[in-house]
Design a binder for this molecule. Structure first.
Ligand SMILES: C[S@@+](CC[C@H](N)C(=O)[O-])C[C@H]1O[C@@H](n2cnc3c(N)ncnc32)[C@H](O)[C@@H]1O
Length: 327
């Protein structure tokens, strides 16, 4: 999670050139102002469902009922996720991706035609039996998703600040056996079918517009953003939560107010919280029941870092426990 100040300074760094156009209003902003003179905008009520269960079978969700997926799975070949994959019976690189692909298949089923799936994943570097190599997780996810029928769209590279300016892997200053530092993760973007269509002058769609500076910052391929803060609860760090800013940008870019956003690997609840705060319906699947209090805290507060007594309680979400897990 980012605080306002960190985020602001990060965004300023990315947006260094003054953009004259940014000072004027965009076409959708001007259009919306005109439309609002004739018809009032009522924001829809939204629903939020946390499902404790396995997203390889999202039986609670109907076909073509979801507009956007925003998620980050456990990363194959990254040690912190070894146990989870092993418990499920998937022990090597290819097998771990077969596990994830079952979820991608469900994502394809529940998305509407034109719905988008944004998948944040990092590659892994690992030494096994004296063999040090890259495990390109992003390639496997693209292969599986395309095989399911998804169309690949341009992806985003999330560049995290390196902790040490001189960080490197391998043999220092003597060529040729050093390795490039891995400081980017991927945010893969896929679409099911053809782009969504809307009636002309759809008020809700115009009300969901982004501004010129937002468009200029968000629709670039490299996002320089810090990771989640280090002093969040231990359990939140353990599941490698992504910063709220990632979910915020993706939800504003690829959905409109009133849409339904699903995260099949919910973790600490980042996607649900951001979807709710931006007037989208949300559904999150999480297999690890121990995360329920963390998710509830997230959904009950504006800011997890505030002392408990100062957190704003926002109710209005439901928890369901999946009845049957897949064999
Ligand atoms: C990388 S974490 C997600 C972090 C999340 N983006 C956040 O901001 O907190 C992946 C999560 O997926 C969960 N998970 C793994 N397999 C699952 C499955 N089949 N169904 C539901 N959740 C699963 C793990 O327990 C873990 O909490």
């Amino acid at each position: 999670m980012l605080d306002g100040r960190t985020l602001h300074s990060e965004l300023k760094k990315q947006d260094t050139k003054p953009d004259k156009k940014a000072e004027s209003k965009s076409y959708p902003e001007r259009q919306l102002a005109k439309m609002l003179k004739d018809q009032p905008l009522t924001l829809p009520e939204t629903n939020h469902n946390l499902i404790i269960g396995d997203s390889r079978r999202m039986t609670e969700l109907a076909d073509e009922s979801v507009h956007l997926i925003v998620t980050s799975p456990p990363y194959p070949m990254i040690e912190i996720w070894d146990n989870l994959f092993a418990e499920m019976g998937f022990n090597d690189f290819a097998a771990m991706h077969l596990y994830l692909a079952e979820v991608w298949s469900e994502c394809f089923r529940i998305l509407v035609n034109g719905g988008i799936a944004c998948i944040n994943i990092g590659d892994a570097l690992r030494k096994i039996d004296d063999n040090f190599q890259l495990y390109p997780n992003h390639v496997k996810v693209i292969e599986h998703c395309e095989a399911l029928g998804f169309t690949s769209l341009p992806y985003i590279l999330w560049k995290k600040p390196t902790t040490r300016a001189n960080a490197f892997l391998g043999s220092g200053f003597i060529p040729p056996n050093a390795y490039v530092t891995q400081d980017c993760e991927f945010i893969l973007v896929f679409r099911k079918g053809q782009p969504r269509e809307f009636p002309p002058k759809d008020l809700i769609r115009y009300a969901s517009h982004y501004t010129i500076p937002e468009r200029n910052t968000w629709f670039t391929q490299i996002w320089k953003l810090p990771g989640t803060r280090q002093h969040i609860p231990q359990i939140a760090r353990r599941v490698a939560a992504f910063p709220e800013e990632i979910a915020y940008r993706l939800i504003r870019m690829f959905s409109i107010i009133g849409d339904t956003v699903v995260d099949p690997f919910l973790g600490t609840g980042t996607t649900m919280k951001v979807a709710r705060d931006n007037h989208r319906n949300s559904i999150g699947y999480e297999i690890d029941e121990k995360l329920v209090p963390v998710i509830e805290d997230r959904l009950s507060s504006d800011d997890l870092l505030k002392p408990r007594h100062r957190r704003k309680k926002i109710q209005g979400y439901h928890i369901t426990y999946q009845k049957t897990n897949p064999e």
